[in-house]
Design a protein around this ligand. Structure first.
Ligand code: DAT
Ligand code: MG
Length: 141
């Protein structure tokens, strides 16, 4: 039985605001294990693959531009239930709606209707997680 893995990103707003450690702290405090961590500049090619499901939506280009605006902390976390578990830790996509106690609820807000600046990304299914881990950590495939 393979251990469940998810791909977490601390987006450029989170890295800029010095919240990378806080995100990792919450992941570890929940009991998940860090399997890989990398601070990097994303590329248009990487983001096109990562956000392929959103291509053509009105927020797609602003989202990609935002993800290119600074460094991203990419993390592979593992543990039973980590895919839905991290989504719970992250909270709702819109930080205004995210509940207190969640990463987006506690630390995010609407910065001028820029919902994409919601601090973190987390894979939403086992298929997404496998695809996204392979994109951000080719050596882990
Ligand atoms: P999530 O990150 O919660 O999985 P998603 O996959 O639907 O959300 O969207 C990917 C990112 O795109 C999300 O983190 C922020 C941005 N986004 C989603 N919906 C948006 C909207 N209505 N307006 C602006 N940005 C949006
Ligand atoms: Mg998503």
């Amino acid at each position: 039985e393979t251990i469940e893995r998810t791909l977490i990103l601390v987006k450029p707003d989170g890295v800029r605001r010095g919240l990378s450690g806080e995100v990792l702290r919450r992941v570890e405090a929940k009991g998940y294990t860090l399997a890989a961590v990398r601070l990097l500049d994303a590329t248009p090619e990487l983001l096109a693959a990562h956000y392929a499901e959103h291509e053509g939506k009105p927020f797609y280009q602003p989202l990609v531009d935002f993800m290119l605006s600074g460094k991203v902390l990419a993390v592979v976390a593992e543990g039973q239930g980590v895919i839905p578990g991290f989504r719970s830790l992250a909270g709702a996509t819109n930080p205004t709606e995210a509940l207190p106690g969640t990463i987006r609820g506690d630390l995010g807000r609407d910065w001028g209707l820029k919902v994409q600046q919601n601090l973190v990304h987390g894979s939403d299914s086992p298929e997404s997680a496998a695809r996204e881990v392979a994109l951000w950590f080719p050596e882990l495939g």
